[in-house]
Design a protein around this ligand. Sequence first.
Ligand code: TYD
Ligand code: MG
Length: 457
Amino acid sequence: MSKDKTFYQCQVCGYSTPKWLGRCPDCNTWGSLVEERQTKKISKQSLSQSRLVSLSDISKAEEERKSTGIKEFDRVLGGGIVDGAVVLIGGDPGIGKSTLLLQVLANIVDSSLKRSDHSQIALYVSGEESPEQIKIRAERLSINSSEIVLYSETLIENIINTSQKLHPSIIVIDSIQTVYTEEITSAPGSVSQIRESASKLMQYAKRTATPIFLVGHVTKEGAIAGPRVLEHLVDVVLYFEGDRGHSYRIIRTVKNRFGSTNEIGVFNMTDSGLVEISNPSELFLSERPTDVTGSTVIASIEGTRPLLIEIQALVSPTTFGMPRRTCMGIDFNRLNLLVAILEKRASLQLGNMDIFLNIVGGLKIVEPAADLGIIASLVSSFREVPIDPTTVFFGEVGLTGEVRAVSMAEQRLKEAAKIGFKKAVIPYSNKERLRNDFGLRIDGFRNIEGLVELIKF
Ligand code: TYD
Ligand code: MG
């Protein structure tokens, strides 16, 4: 009798169990466990040769970066492509992953990534589209290079064998969900197939110092399918974000072994492909209404770059028993916390108010430096007093209502001044330490009472 081992694996988080369960005990998803069978032993090769070496004996790793020819994309990669790096690019279908990678390949074949120890070609492995379909896209992008080689294949062993023969200078796998290995019998796209295929590609990348881009689809829940299992494996994880209604696209770094995370690159999807936007603050503020209540602009830092973003709040008496709290772009708990601080420390009666908060442009803000701007927006809408549109805000707010210093204050102010802002409302301790005011009138606050007093007729 064969010793086939059957087990059940959660397709969302990768949890595995010998018995079927209706709900994954790890991530609490219902109905996500799927039967998987493992016939042969999964390879457990390590990525580097095992050896003992003392830290001082290692010569400085040469982490040379090569430009992709697109500055915004270089930025999210941490400065360019590193040899042997495996980069996962996730995003909704149709958002522009294949388009971007084709543009990157076209730039690379006629420029810097060319290496003497690799052949000149770039390999585009597609399991989703036929070469003809890719050709149609390439024509839209005016790309017609003999050095981009298309390869319709989904079996990972063939892909690696071919790569070994061609020795391309870069490889794109579109998408990781379509490739599979013969070593496991479960269906392509399942967690164990994705993990095993990715780890084989990873070994190839490290062994030959070839950079590989993996395209990953996003599931309904918003995670790259088989996500966590891949995220820890690859070197860089990038997410494509964007609104259906807007033509701009944002690429965000979720993980980067060679650079900072939370870095964003902003692009515009045009008729002839993705075009980078080098000054995103102007884009995000372009449709800003003036002289309305509830709208403020904050200076936020995304990765290493300052970005001006509009925050809108709507506070109105509730018509139902339970007041509603809705927010988009910031953490819901953060909003509740700030509302509670306003009630307690500034004696605002928000208990019977519906509160809606929106970060304009579909952006997501994680840093607490947005707090002061959120508070100003809420008070402005609550009191029906517009905020001066030439004022920019930043600062963290603590539970006692104190306004705390945030990092990189000068970069934030500099960006605001560049866009044409005249005033800034910032933490007092940041103001104390400023060496330059960039021509802005700066108000420093120690706590929110002072600020709330100010937003009054
Ligand atoms: P695509 O790269 O195929 O998306 P993904 O690989 O992430 O699924 O992008 C397809 C979308 O982009 C499609 O809706 C058409 C649009 N598009 C343009 O607007 N301009 C272009 O030049 C190209 C090539 C695509
Ligand atoms: Mg695609």
